[in-house]
Design a protein around this ligand. Structure first.
Ligand SMILES: [Zn+2]
Length: 289
């Protein structure tokens, strides 16, 4: 074989070898990303692009194979707790100047929502316990319990929990207050949370739960999207149901940051597992920012 042809053949051999190495590298990257649970679309797209660049016939990891568990919800801009679940409920709009009230979500989907109130007890171990069990929750905090301790809740925010409005003073006679005071209780806490937590709350829970049309109107004027009460609570180390003796799909559950939080959370998880329900963040299900 003439010298110049042999050189050409050697060159083409190197090109083929290079392409094979590139394909193997792309497959290895894809396998590593999958085994590490890293499923962001950009990563998968990079692996696919690398494989494509290696030449025709190369196989990569198509972006469509990436599970939705770690994707950002375009409705909220947040990493969602919903996984592949598509909500079948839409929050009613504000009507006649009043926010809607929800105590459970009317759905057949096997989901349950945890809400944690007040903020009287502040322990890093409570967050660790929630995280260990893969539970995200909505925190309805009142200024009177958390004043001077806003920084403590940044760990919750960083871990993907959301903080909502539970008034300034947690006055249990709240619904009997004059309208301007009702509004100051709600708007004041919304302003505080926006300032210290970087997000204006969109959900409101009245102290103790009761509400009036005036409360629903004041909540709307403070920028709330809904009043959120509850269908069951974990209290004094056991579950208390308003209806029946078990959790049902769509239930909103109340628990408090109290000394007995670990035992209350255990009671909730026992009921949640017995009912076969997945704990997802209420705001993710509602699609609210
Ligand atoms: Zn409360």
């Amino acid at each position: 074989m003439p010298h110049h042809l042999r050189t050409a053949t050697n060159t083409s051999r190197w090109i083929v070898l290079g392409a094979v190495v590139a394909v193997l590298a792309a497959l290895a990257v894809g396998a590593l990303r999958l085994s590490a649970g890293v499923t962001t679309a950009p990563g998968a797209a990079t692996a696919a692009a690398t494989a494509a660049a290696a030449g025709p016939g190369a196989t990569g990891v198509p972006a469509s194979s990436a599970p939705a568990a770690d994707t950002v919800d375009p409705r909220t801009g947040r990493h969602s707790t919903l996984g592949t679940l598509v909500p079948d409920y839409t929050l009613p709009p504000i009507e006649n100047g009043m926010v809607p009230v929800i105590t459970s979500i009317p759905t057949g989907q096997k989901v349950v929502f945890l809400t944690i109130d007040d903020g009287a007890v502040k322990r890093e171990s409570d967050l660790a316990l929630l995280e260990k069990n893969g539970i995200k929750a909505s925190l309805f905090l009142a200024h009177t319990f958390i004043a001077g301790h806003a920084a403590f809740y940044h760990a919750y925010l960083n871990a993907g929990y959301l903080i909502e409005d539970h008034t300034m003073t947690h006055n249990l006679g709240f619904i009997g207050l004059p309208y301007d005071q009702v509004k100051a209780e709600i708007c004041g806490m919304a302003d505080y949370e926006e300032k210290y937590f970087g997000r204006r709350p969109v959900l409101f829970r009245p102290p103790g739960g009761p509400y009036t049309e005036a409360v629903r109107r004041a909540a709307a004027e403070c920028g709330m999207r809904a009043i959120v009460d509850w269908k069951a609570k974990a209290n004094a180390r056991s579950m208390q149901y308003q209806v029946g003796g078990a959790l049902r799909p769509g239930d909103i559950v109340l628990i408090h940051f109290r000394p007995e939080f670990p035992a209350d959370l255990a009671a909730f998880m026992k009921a949640q597992k017995a009912a076969g329900l997945k704990v997802v963040l209420l705001e993710d299900y509602l699609g609210v920012k």
